[in-house]
Design a protein around this ligand. Structure first.
Ligand SMILES: CCCCCCCC(=O)SCCNC(=O)CCNC(=O)[C@H](O)C(C)(C)COP(=O)(O)OP(=O)(O)OC[C@H]1O[C@@H](n2cnc3c(N)ncnc32)[C@H](O)[C@@H]1OP(=O)(O)O
Length: 214
């Protein structure tokens, strides 16, 4: 059995039917001591595109034929803005976007917040509300922001609106991203892709961009 969220504390476990559901380690609400996020001095200027972090990324990769091709731009605060056009490839029900694809669009937009703080982080938890169906050919207007930071934990939220940036809310998410070192990817990724990425000087530059020189 893998590691349990409850850290072995049976008080945090609830029995649902025959399955044991365990409470998450960390709530999506920042603790009282959490700090306000800081926009990094070298963050992209407001409106500046945040390039793809990996050209094969399902969310933002320009070389990924099956991807969402999301292009995020820096916001004015510790936030990013992006648009995602739902195509027939993204259907769940006839003519409607698949919920998992919409969650991916939210996740990728939240991931782009790394560039605003110059921190490498990955999704630990993502809680999504689906408020309205999103038809094919809809442009989803995405906005993600960091709410608070507590050590390695980054508390953030994202919204997706339809009909315009101020249009009705279709999806939203609260998330907890966890700061990692670049070794997280090197140690865990498949050798083939890691080797190819390491041989690409642009990719190495992007991966190492936020490291503080000793
Ligand atoms: C380069 C950017 C790409 C962006 C792409 C878009 C975003 C993505 O989709 S990223 C891909 C999806 N995510 C992943 O693959 C992550 C998989 N998970 C992991 O690798 C690990 O569980 C990881 C790194 C998140 C945490 O592991 P680890 O570094 O050992 O942290 P750990 O010491 O256990 O926890 C650190 C803190 O975070 C909390 N935490 C960790 N994971 C979670 C979680 N899932 N839920 C809630 N809290 C969590 C812990 O409780 C702990 O809190 P505290 O400091 O208060 O005790």
């Amino acid at each position: 059995m893998g590691p349990a969220w409850h850290g072995g504390d049976p008080a945090l476990c609830t029995a649902v039917g025959s399955a044991l559901v365990t409470a998450p380690k960390t709530s999506l609400t920042p603790p009282p001591g959490a700090l306000a996020p800081q926009r990094h001095p070298e963050a992209p200027a407001p409106g500046e595109p945040i390039g793809s972090h990996y050209d094969q990324c399902f969310g933002c990769g320009t070389g990924q034929p099956h991807g969402l091709h999301l292009q995020a731009r820096a916001g004015e605060g510790v936030n990013v803005i992006a648009e995602f056009t739902v195509t027939p490839d993204h259907q769940g029900a006839p003519g409607l976007a698949h919920g998992g694809v919409l969650a991916s669009a939210l996740d990728e937009t939240l991931g782009a917040l790394n560039w605003m703080m110059h921190v490498i982080s990955v999704t630990g938890r993502l809680e999504t509300d689906f408020l309205r169906p999103v038809p094919v050919e809809t442009v989803l207007h995405l906005d993600a922001q960091v709410r608070a930071v507590d050590g390695r934990k980054i508390y953030c939220s994202a919204t997706g609106r339809i009909g315009g940036p101020d249009g009705p809310l279709a999806v939203r998410a609260d998330a907890l991203f966890i700061e990692v070192k670049v070794e997280h990817f090197i140690d865990n990724g498949r050798d083939e892709e890691i080797r190819a990425a390491m041989e690409d000087p642009d990719q190495v530059r992007r991966a190492r961009a936020f490291e503080v020189n000793p």
